[in-house]
Design a binder for this molecule. Structure first.
Ligand code: GRF
Length: 234
């Protein structure tokens, strides 16, 4: 059953373009949920202003105000739980959130905390993914949505979008193409969660009651930049 009142909390550190794409999906009904808070860990996150311009409640929990990581995590958890009517169930969506979270925090939101990472995991965990993909000369690059676990960029992958690496690509052209994919990918996975179709069990990810043996894979259409994602049979 879908629940149109499901509250989503989004955590950001940067521009917030994924946040805006998720917001658009909530607005037009593709995603049966509402963003009740956007929380940034740093004041310079441009996404804070963007959230306010979209009339989404925006908050700052500044990591520089906390000497210990655990204290920052505790303040963040307090803010999150105050921003939802259902603190035990709301998805926590990391969208360009650049802090490493302690195991206690990860455990608290286990199974409903998602992250998007700009690579086809398990390839290129960590930073500078586009640069590393270009240096390796790979044919395909992309983005992955995964459950957050204590291992950085290491949680179970749910779905991915792949994009071709084109001749003459630079870090910025490739990153822009990956982001086009990200904006079409993230809301779909959150919608599965909102519709109670997606769960994390001790045995792994389950989608529609069946174990997900490998991530769902989509592809950005080559010609039609505004087009929908294409299913890649896998
Ligand atoms: C995205 O590329 C995401 O994969 C990575 O950080 C970037 C955030 O971009 N984790 P934005 O702030 O959503 O524009």
């Amino acid at each position: 059953m879908s629940d149109p009142q499901l509250d989503i909390i989004i955590l950001i550190s940067g521009r917030g373009s994924n946040m805006a794409a998720i917001h658009a999906a909530c607005q037009d009904g593709r995603l049966p949920a509402r963003i009740t808070a956007v929380i940034a860990d740093r004041p310079e996150a441009a996404g804070l202003e963007l959230a306010r311009s979209l009339a989404i409640p925006a908050f700052l929990v500044n990591f520089r105000d906390y000497a210990r990581r655990a204290d920052f995590d505790a303040a963040l958890a307090r803010r999150i739980d105050a921003c939802t009517a259902d603190p035990a169930r709301s998805p926590i969506v990391l969208a360009g959130f650049m802090r490493i979270l302690e195991p206690e925090f990860v455990g608290r939101y286990q199974g409903r905390m998602l992250n998007i990472h700009p690579s086809l995991l398990p390839a290129y965990r960590g930073l500078h993914t586009h640069r590393r993909a270009l240096a390796d000369g790979v044919a395909w690059h992309g983005a992955s949505v995964h459950f957050v676990s204590v291992e950085l960029d290491g949680g179970p992958v749910i779905a991915q979008v792949r994009v071709p690496v084109l001749p003459g690509d630079t870090e910025s052209s490739l990153s822009a193409r990956v982001q086009q994919g990200e904006h079409r990918l993230y809301w779909r996975v959150i919608a599965w969660m909102a519709q109670n179709r997606l769960t994390l069990t001790p045995a792994g990810v389950q989608l529609d009651g069946a174990p997900l043996r490998r991530p769902i894979l989509w592809q950005l259409p080559a010609q039609d930049a505004d087009g929908d994602l294409i299913d890649v049979a896998n």
